[in-house]
Design a protein around this ligand. Structure first.
Ligand code: SF4
Ligand code: MSK
Length: 681
């Protein structure tokens, strides 16, 4: 076989130009990140902020109209300057149109995102099965209430009839059956996704009518790869139909199962206090940062790091203790259940190492930049990969493969490695002082409690406040950072504009972290940033105006919260009737496209910032906007300007208020069921 040779430099290369560097102020709104970017540049270490300046994105790829699905391409179909007049004759070598290419690319992104969430869910389900079989000491069924709550949705009975008497079923038996039924959702040969029926009945019927109820999770993802292979599905509408099936299989399947099973294993989150930003790292402590998405290992790291003998061990090495911190959604997982502080967001991950105080960074899956290894090389930081599917090629990276059967031993090994590394720190420690208090850990259950009270724990109070106009509507603002836009700026501007206009915000992922870094996740933020109606509700109830609901897979909590709003009555019969809108102001990941699409087909008007890979195929773009609104009640939209972005969402919320007949703010009246039915009339 012909060997591909490495290029050999023949003559002395011309002197390289000075690398272009990012302007720290233009790169991020976060002062701690700015400080660390300056430091990295002084040390000659490049970060994503500099690389984004040096390398521009491909102008054709960004429009979604580059196809490389076979070796006759890549076929690139740029939109002519000034747009297309008359017939669009652009086609690839095989004849694929811009619409077909954009739709194929779009649903391949859905497949990437859905598989990431769902494979995460599968790993959790496997650990759950081990726990249910009692094969591991480290994991136990922690939240029995949650187990009993989800079991019926998987067709698992929680009671049993014996001698004519109805009795509670044995919890271990229920757990085992739940584990088996859950595992089945990934690859069962027939039937349909069981959780699809957790959606409001009207929505489920809509999915049924359009033939998009998923069969099982894996099948919908595999079918996307088949249909987008050269020479298979060549109708953008039919391609998107499959994208819809896979996205539902993500939001109402893989992600929802991940959230539920994690809650049963590790506990359903309830609000707790913590802190966010790089200032959570401590110079005199061993700093261990966990980063990625799966809480299965990080839960063990939290348990081990809290052990008195481990703290003593850290002290024996000259540290005052162990400081854990998180990045990305592993951060959100251990924040919401244990109050472990958040170090920073996705885009600033390299900067945690630039502090010189990161003794170990432990990564699992998703959103981990490969350049972490290069940055770690410049410091004493041990970079530890832990997942068999996520290794790094650089030789300074240590791989400690995590096995749930030896979970505590693995976690102990990792924590000890961090502690032992404390002594190897150089003199170059520089931790920014910025950090903010945050209240996180909201979920479907806690919103019910906080806004409903102990005696009337329900969504009635939330609905009442929407109906009487104190709360104008609900926004789900989620997603990543993107190096093509100023770090955290759009997140914060969109959220501030929404709460200023009395829209309560539910957040997950890196938007949640950005809001925490800005101090928006405290009840006190309401008086400063909210309109009078939302400020009053927050003050009375004692909640922040931005409710942090967890990690990326926890967007399923937002779907279920919206379903509870429908059930509580007075705001229509389907999610698309509620004054609700979705947003991902700084998205970058394929997972965001999958999330965006399951929001849309669940009935949510969803606006993305930055860009959408559809602009090169206007007919396809209109399909996922206008046609989808007719089909599912939700639609895609794109608006990079954060203030306009927020106002598109507010306009949609107002449109829904008008359709419901609640567009005139009214004095608060506690409504009974008859009043709500009259409104729905
Ligand atoms: Fe080009 Fe068609 Fe091959 Fe895509 S599938 S690369 S459009 S020839
Ligand atoms: S971590 S997917 S950058 S939100 Fe979930 Fe943040 Fe986006 Fe990763």
């Amino acid at each position: 076989m012909a060997e591909i040779k490495k290029p050999v430099a023949k003559a002395a290369a011309p002197k390289a130009a000075e690398p272009k560097l990012a302007d720290p102020i233009a790169a991020t709104i976060d002062p701690a990140s700015q400080e660390m970017i300056v430091r990295a540049q002084k040390m000659g270490i490049d970060t994503v902020f500099d690389r984004a300046v040096a390398m521009k994105p491909c102008n054709i790829g960004i429009q979604g109209i580059c196809c490389k699905n076979c070796a006759m391409g890549p076929c690139r179909l740029p939109l002519p300057k000034g747009g297309i007049e008359g017939e669009d004759t652009r086609k690839g070598l095989c004849g694929a149109t811009a619409n077909t290419i954009a739709a194929r690319n779009f649903i391949r992104m859905i497949a990437g995102g859905a598989s990431a969430h769902s494979d995460h869910g599968r790993c959790v389900a496997e650990v759950f099965l081990s726990a249910a079989r009692k094969e591991t000491e480290a994991y136990k069924i922690k939240d029995i209430n949650k187990l009993l709550q989800i079991a019926p949705h998987l067709g698992v009975a929680i009671t049993v009839e014996k001698d004519g008497e109805v009795m509670d079923r044995d919890v271990d038996e229920i757990a085992l059956e739940v584990a088996e039924k859950a595992m089945n959702e990934w690859g069962k040969p027939e039937g349909e996704l069981l959780f699809a029926k957790r959606a409001p009945a009207t929505l489920y019927e809509k999915w049924k009518k359009h033939g998009v109820v998923p069969r099982n999770i894996d099948r919908e993802i595999v079918e996307i790869m088949h249909r987008t292979h050269m020479g298979v599905d060549q109708d953008y509408k039919n391609l998107m139909k499959q994208g819809t099936r896979a996205a539902i299989a993500d939001g109402w399947g893989g992600s929802m199962l991940a959230t539920d099973l994690q809650d049963v294993l590790f506990g359903t989150p309830y609000p707790l206090q913590s802190e966010a930003n790089l200032g959570i790292m401590k110079e005199d402590h061993v700093n261990i940062i966990v980063h990625g998405h799966e809480p299965v290992l990080s839960e063990m790291i939290v348990a081990v790091a809290q052990k008195p003998e481990m703290i003593e061990y850290a002290k024996s090495k000259g540290a005052k203790g162990i400081q854990l911190g998180g990045i990305c959604c592993t951060a959100n997982e251990i924040l919401q259940r244990h109050g472990v502080p958040t170090a920073t967001t996705f885009l600033s991950q390299e900067l945690a190492i630039i502090t010189g105080a990161c003794d170990a960074m432990v990564v699992d899956i998703q959103c981990i930049m490969q350049n972490l290894a290069n940055v770690a090389k410049c410091f004493h930081t041990k970079l530890i990969t832990t997942h068999p599917i996520a290794k790094m090629e650089q030789d300074n990276v240590i791989h400690i493969e995590f096995d749930e059967h030896y979970a505590l031993e693995d976690a102990e090994k990792i924590v000890k490695m961090g502690i032992d590394n404390f002594a190897n720190r150089g003199a170059e420690v520089m931790i920014p002082h910025q950090k903010c208090t945050q209240i996180a850990g909201f979920g479907v259950e806690s919103i019910q409690y906080h806004l409903g009270g102990t005696f009337r724990g329900s969504y009635y109070t939330l609905n009442d406040n929407i109906i009487n106009g104190r709360i104008r509507g609900i926004a789900g603002v989620v997603g990543c950072n993107n190096a093509r836009t100023r770090h955290n700026e759009a997140h914060i501007q969109v959220v501030k504009e929404l709460i200023k206009n009395d829209v309560i915000v539910l957040t997950t992922g890196c938007n949640g972290i950005a809001c925490a870094m800005e101090g928006l996740l405290t009840p006190e933020a309401a008086a400063v940033h909210c309109g009078p109606g939302l400020a009053e509700v927050c003050e009375v109830v004692g909640i922040p105006p931005v409710l942090h609901m967890g990690s990326c897979v926890d967007n399923s909590r937002i779907l279920l919260a919206a379903t509870e709003v429908v059930k509580a009555g007075g705001l229509g019969k389907d999610i698309c009737d509620i004054p609700v809108a979705g947003s991902a102001p700084e998205w970058m990941s394929e997972k965001a496209i999958s999330i965006g699409h399951y929001f849309v087909v669940s009935g949510v008007y969803t606006v993305f910032g930055v860009t959408l890979p559809t602009s090169g195929a206007p007919v396809f773009h209109n399909h996922i906007c206008k046609d989808y609104e007719k089909l599912y009640g939700g639609m895609w939209d794109i608006e990079p300007d954060p203030i306009k972005h927020a106002h598109l969402m507010i306009a949609h919320i107002d449109k829904k208020r008008k359709e419901l007949g609640i567009d005139k703010a009214r004095e608060r009246v506690l409504m009974d069921m008859a009043d709500r039915q009259a409104l729905e009339g």
